[in-house]
Write a new protein. Structure first.
Length: 85
């Protein structure tokens, strides 16, 4: 398969190869496509989770929000991310 990319992306890829970040232009494109696939998979999972919630609401399955618990969970997620850096 032959592809054509815009000049600014070609420059980016060329710099990546020249710096040793990628072994070849093909590797750079493969990595870019891999990242795009990962992003799409995450979006698909998020959409599925949202649909579950929508379906539950449509079925009348709901409960009051516990704002303190939501904040605590968010803070825990952020803390875990910071610790893995």
């Amino acid at each position: 398969m032959a592809i054509t990319i815009p000049d600014e992306l070609q420059t980016f890829v060329s710099r990546g190869v020249a710096s040793g970040r990628f072994r070849s232009e093909d590797e750079a494109v493969r990595e870019g496509l891999s990242l795009l696939r990962q992003r799409e998979e995450k979006l698909e999972a998020l959409r599925a989770d949202l649909q579950v919630g929508i379906d539950q609401l449509d079925a009348g399955e709901k409960s009051p929000l516990d704002i303190a618990a939501i904040k605590a969970r968010g803070r825990a997620v952020l803390q875990a991310r910071q610790e893995t850096r």
